[in-house]
Design a protein around this ligand. Structure first.
Ligand code: GTP
Ligand code: MG
Length: 404
């Protein structure tokens, strides 16, 4: 690392700053790399870039640095994805899961799976290559037990996919209820900023408003919706339809009402049933409450956007219901599948292992069983990125931000 004057082509000084040389292969990409650190702002960095472009440099393509790192074997595809996830993380838990993957947690688990599959392949090959060997063939039962053991591990990883994908993408939490229930006020209070318009007129919110936030460190996509009622006018009706679409897609629905009682869990707004969503019932505007709520366990969670009462309890309840079982326990220490790509690849591996099991001698052909085991190993290899993966690279890096 050196301090130097950065000069334009005509010799004028642009800035004085640091440059750091990383000779290959000890750099992020594995290529020779040089980093310039200049002062911030608009002018100096702009002029420095212009000077570098004039000298023959070009801007990196989206994800190009990480892509080169993968090609040069500095990291595998899963780690490269984790770099993207770490950059995109908006909640602490998301970042922690990304770091775990970046440090190779998932890669190590999958490499072990691949090893186990190759071992099964070796046992099968022995059977194919030396059928007349004195020791006799390897008992198919032993190979079957080995393969079943691998299948159990694949299954265990696949089971982490729903929580893992939800953790990476953020859970969809929808605030819903009758007009004027205080949904937008609660939305703003939970976000900590005035994002949605609030007025005393019922029917204020007509469009769904989505914002990324976090609840106790867990990522949430919070949505404010139009009140649910029997709307006649086009504009109102469209708003209600939009609300219903969000309800159908929600992971969790916060059911808002300003009157105690009158709830029908899971039947918001006249028979809307959200897919598999969890419902939390909230009594809004509890600062206006004149008498105490009866029976605590059955009563809804009381909140006030005005005084802030109940908001922390609601945040905890949301995080707990969304991520409580499973993710809380293993997100930091156990690898999780966080993308559809992971899930699809492992589901393929599971299928191939299943086919291999049915093809084991004496019922089937060892050669065919070996073929399926090889395909299962290939699915795992593609997932890690340890085979020729040009096409996979395209998909993974297409969504990266420019540069990194
Ligand atoms: N006292 C009190 N008033 C509240 C509270 N929350 C909302 N309000 C008032 O209730 C009225 C409606 O609030 P909104 O947040 O717009 O209700 P909404 O459910 O989004 O209404 P629509 O979008 O029309 O469906 C406004 O006048 C708010 O000031 C609260 O916690 N306490
Ligand atoms: Mg509103």
């Amino acid at each position: 690392m050196r301090l130097a004057a950065f000069l334009a082509a005509d010799g004028t000084v642009i800035d004085r700053g640091l440059y750091t040389v990383f000779p290959a292969p000890h750099s992020y990409t594995g290529d020779d790399l040089i980093e310039f650190s200049c002062h911030g702002g608009l002018v100096a960095p702009g002029q420095l870039l212009a000077a570098l472009f004039a000298a023959g440099a070009r801007q990196a393509l989206p994800g190009e640095f990480t892509r080169r790192a993968v090609i040069n074997g500095r990291m595998d595809l899963l780690q490269a994805e984790a770099v993207g996830d770490l950059i995109d993380a908006t909640a602490e838990r998301q970042a922690r899961a990304a770091v775990h993957q970046l440090e190779g947690g998932l890669s190590r688990r999958l490499l072990a799976l691949r090893e186990a599959l190759l071992e099964a392949l070796a046992l099968l090959s022995y059977d194919i290559d030396f059928p007349e060997e004195d020791d006799g063939p390897i008992p198919p039962a032993r190979i079957a037990a080995h393969l079943r053991d691998v299948a159990v591990q694949v299954e265990r990883l696949l089971a982490t996919a729903p929580a893992g994908e939800r953790l990476r993408e953020g859970a969809l939490v929808v605030l819903a209820g009758p007009p004027n229930a205080g949904k937008s006020s609660l939305f703003n209070a939970l976000l900590g900023r005035e994002r949605a318009i609030v007025t005393p007129t019922p029917g204020t919110t007509r469009d769904a408003i989505e914002a990324h936030t976090e609840m106790n460190g867990w990522p949430v996509r919070l949505v404010d919706t139009a009140g649910l009622w029997d709307a006649a006018a086009d504009l109102d009706r469209l708003g209600v339809e939009m609300s219903r679409r969000y309800l159908a897609a929600a992971d969790l629905v916060v059911e808002c009402n300003e009157q105690a009682g009158g709830w029908e869990v899971g039947k918001l707004g006249g028979g809307v049933e959200s897919n598999q969503a969890v419902f939390i019932r909230v009594l809004t505007k509890c600062d206006l409450l004149t008498s105490k709520l009866p029976d605590l366990s059955a009563s809804p969670l009381a909140t006030s956007a005005l005084t802030g009462q109940g908001l922390d309890t609601l945040r905890s309840a949301i995080a707990e219901r969304l991520y409580g079982d499973g993710a809380t326990n293993y997100a930091d220490t156990e690898p999780m599948l966080t993308r559809e790509r992971h899930r699809v690849a492992l589901a393929r591996a599971r299928e191939e292992i299943g086919s291999a099991l049915t093809q084991l001698p004496p019922r089937g052909e060892a050669v065919l069983a070996a073929h399926h085991v090889r395909e299962a190993a290939r699915a795992v290899e593609e997932l890690i990125g340890s085979v020729d993966v040009e096409e996979v690279l395209e998909r993974v890096f297409g969504s990266f931000c420019v540069g990194k």
